[in-house]
Design a protein around this ligand. Structure first.
Ligand SMILES: CCCCCCCCCCC[C@H](O)CC(=O)SCCNC(=O)CCNC(=O)[C@H](O)C(C)(C)COP(=O)(O)OP(=O)(O)OC[C@H]1O[C@@H](n2cnc3c(N)ncnc32)[C@H](O)[C@@H]1OP(=O)(O)O
Length: 721
């Protein structure tokens, strides 16, 4: 059925015109909506039978903001004229400066442009639990319908800058306390109360307030300057490589110094510049890429319904198992945690409790909710409880035989509908399920550490995994607030496979004589939160050593073998786990580079002996980025070529959420396309001539470079999905 898009107006006997926005599912402000709003506001202002106006969104949602598809069209075409020149005409002239009072009837959500329209009304009546916010900065732009000026005038400068810079939304309950919402009423009363409120303003019983003209919440100029100084420090900390945060503060400041109208004009100007920035392009891409992951051909489009998953068994209470159990419990799913002896079980239970405690102490969870979650948790030493679980997630060490035995056992004790999932990060699923007759219900549920915090869930399907099982796991993933990305089966799957050259390239550079702390610092300046050496410290170096041979077996032709990890472990450094790796870890302080590790590096350099003429190479920061990330792009090309992901943008999301690749660069493939496949190909070719096959460009990259194609352009692939 075609969705009904448009703006309607109905004038009641009370003289109130109700203007309704309809654009399912979130009433986004697409071009026909904007022109419809202009037309209806003009009409309502002219009609003599209209005394007052109420603005509402259809189907219980006020509006999710400006239509983000328009940004994408502007990015594809470079054509700014696709953006409406409406900020002042619609929001100031037709709405806020209207002679007839206007009330926003807010239900469900008012985000971005949606909240900005509501703030241009003369009062706001809301239903409980409506979501209110200005998340534009997450898209690389700033609010463009006057939000930078009206929000500070309604809630105060400190709260407004906090909400805008951190893209934090608030509930209508909090909105009422702050003065953003004038009345909070039961959902069924929102429209009737709004009508009455609008008439009360029209007839002088309530004040006719124009947000842009208000000054009561702004404070003195010196107070405002102090708040903006703190905001600038915050922006520097949270978004060092992004332009929109600082630009937004400048725009807010303009309004404080020269008045709200001047601020609105500057806002439109800055918006225009930002919408075409690389940051906006990357972030808008990520917005749509994330939503695309929930569309899996032959799984989500064949009429299947997810089955309820109420009880899950987790096998293994180590770091991963306890994190997974925590994530499930937090979403009210009953969990049984199985271990092989009481000592390990107690450790697992304590880890889950510690995870909850950590969330409570950071204010992310109430004590009450933590208690409720833990009441759904049980530790066990045998399989008795497994008979009625809906899913098992195995999270033991990466040992093929152990996993095969576990799957053989659980096949016997669980019901035939039970999903059998493995949290392996590396091992082929077909191998894990080899000894069972249940291959259709075996699936990979690859969480990222710490599993209760990291947002990605890589769902690995083998050729035999049924569509129903994939759909069920996707639903569980969403229920526990993860972003599930469905990928094909291969060693390392999509994320770890794409990123295995990351640390190897770093090791090669260090062995070529580049300072390892400089490498980490260059990579963090590029935007990854941790450089490769600090990341290794965090994961623990034992893991790298354990999975290395598994990778070597299949990808050995393009691996750099560095003795550094082994030497590091021999010198008693296992990273953060034991307080000492490349860095020193002391409780309560930031990791410090450990100069004494340089003797380990020297030993490694002697063994590899790859420095040309025995002398350290000289490289620029740009070259360091290229030598570390172009091999990652090269492996991403192989992942695309083999059809391990459904679409290139899935790999972008997986890299952003699984590896913390900077979202403002759009993900690994998007970034590579921005740099240019031809440039990357030529650089890798040169590097491979100097340093060997580790850098050899893949066939896919070469083809794309030669044919002037983007890496993300789809092709008929040899899909594994
Ligand atoms: C010449 C230049 C002059 C300059 C003048 C300035 C003019 C321009 C002014 C712009 C003004 C404005 O300040 C800018 C904005 O408003 S930007 C948008 C701000 N809003 C957001 O960022 C909200 C984004 N959306 C969400 O956070 C969530 O989608 C949600 C609204 C909370 C709903 O979440 P949920 O229920 O989980 O559903 P989904 O996320 O899956 O979304 C469902 C589908 O809806 C699509 N969607 C959502 N929001 C938008 C949107 N704003 N625009 C377009 N589409 C949207 C989403 O993609 C899903 O679609 P599919 O089902 O197809 O995947």
């Amino acid at each position: 059925m075609a969705k009904k898009i448009g703006v309607t107006m109905e004038v009641g006997n009370d003289g109130v015109a109700v203007i309704t926005i309809s654009n399912p599912p979130v009433n986004s402000l697409a071009s026909p909506i904007i022109s419809g709003l202009k037309e209806k506001f003009r009409d309502a202002n002219q009609r003599i039978d209209v005394k007052a106006i109420v603005l509402i969104g259809n189907n219980g949602r006020f509006s999710g903001g400006f239509d983000i598809n328009v940004f994408q069209q502007v990015h594809k075409t470079g054509d700014l004229s696709l953006m409406p020149e409406v900020s002042v005409e619609l929001v100031c002239n037709l709405m806020e400066d209207s002679r007839k009072p206007l009330v926003a009837a807010v239900e469900g959500l008012a985000l971005g442009g949606g909240l900005e329209l509501a703030m241009a009304c003369h009062a706001r009546v809301a239903a409980p639990k409506a979501q209110l916010g200005l998340p534009e900065l997450t898209l690389g732009v700033i609010p463009g319908f006057g939000g930078t000026q009206r929000l500070p005038r309604l809630v105060g400068l400190a709260k407004a800058t906090d909400m805008i810079l951190l893209s934090k939304s608030i509930s209508s309950e909090e909105g009422q306390k702050l003065g953003l919402i004038d009345a909070l009423v039961p959902p069924g009363d929102v429209l009737s109360t709004s009508r009455k409120w609008a008439l009360d303003i029209a007839e002088g019983r309530k004040p006719f307030l124009r947000s842009l003209h208000r000054t009561d919440k702004i404070g003195s100029l010196s107070e405002a300057r102090a708040i903006l100084k703190t905001s600038r420090q915050l922006a520097k900390k949270i978004a060092p490589n992004m332009p929109q945060h600082h630009a937004c503060i400048e725009v807010i400041e303009e309004g404080i110094i020269h008045g709200g109208y001047s601020g609105v004009l500057k806002e439109a100007e800055v918006f225009k510049q930002l919408v075409l920035s690389d940051t906006a392009k990357g972030l808008v891409h990520v917005f749509f890429a994330q939503r695309a992951t929930s569309k899996v051909p032959n799984v989500t489009d064949v009429g299947l319904k997810p089955r309820p998953i109420k009880k899950v068994a987790v096998i293994g209470g180590g770091l991963m198992g306890s994190g997974i159990a925590t994530a499930l419990l937090l979403s009210n799913i009953r969990v049984v945690l199985k271990e092989i002896n009481s000592e390990y079980l107690m450790k697992g239970i304590k880890s889950v409790e510690a995870n909850m405690k950590g969330l409570v102490s950071r204010g992310k969870l109430t004590q009450d909710k933590a208690g409720k979650a833990l009441s759904l948790f049980k530790g066990v030493l045998d399989y008795t409880e497994f008979k009625d679980v809906d899913m098992v997630i195995e999270a033991v060490i990466e040992n093929i035989q152990l996993k095969q035995n576990i799957f053989k056992e659980i096949e016997k004790v669980c019901s035939p509908h039970c999903i059998l999932a493995s949290n392996t990060s590396t091992i082929d699923l077909d191998v894990i399920g080899e000894k069972t007759n249940s291959k259709d219900r075996i699936v990979g549920a690859h969480f990222f550490s710490p599993a209760h915090l990291m947002p990605l869930l890589e769902i690995v399907r083998s050729k035999n995994t049924s569509a129903q099982v994939i759909l069920d796991l996707m639903a569980v993933g969403k229920a526990i607030k993860k972003v599930p990305v469905v990928v094909g089966n291969c060693i390392g799957f999509a994320v770890n496979r794409t990123f295995f050259p990351y640390s190897q390239a770093a090791h090669m550079l260090a062995n070529l004589g580049v300072d390892l702390f400089r490498i980490d610092s260059v990579i963090t300046s590029f935007g990854l939160p941790l450089g490769p050496f600090q990341l290794g410290d965090l994961a623990g170096h034992g893991i790298g050593l354990a999975v290395g041979p598994i990778y070597a077996k299949v990808y050995g032709d393009r691996m750099f073998r560095s003795p550094m990890t082994e030497l590091l472990l021999k010198s008693g450094r296992n990273g953060k786990i034991n307080g000492k790796g490349y860095y020193i870890y002391e409780k309560g302080s930031k990791p410090k580079p450990d100069p004494s590790v340089l003797s380990v590096v020297e030993e490694s350099r002697k063994l590899t002996n790859i420095m040309p003429g025995g002398k350290p190479i000289s490289v620029s920061d740009k070259e360091i980025v290229e030598m570390i990330l172009f091999p990652v792009v090269n492996e991403a090309c192989r992942v695309l070529d083999e059809g391990v992901v459904i679409r290139a943008s899935d790999l972008d999301i997986a890299s952003v959420l699984g590896m913390s690749f900077p979202s403002y660069r759009g993900g690994i493939v998007f970034w590579a396309d921005t740099v240019g496949p031809k440039y990357i190909y030529e650089r890798l070719k040169r590097l491979s001539e100097t340093y060997g096959s580790f850098f050899k460009p893949s066939r896919y990259l070469e083809e794309r470079a030669m044919n002037g194609m983007l890496l993300s352009e789809s092709k008929s692939s040899r899909s594994r999905l």
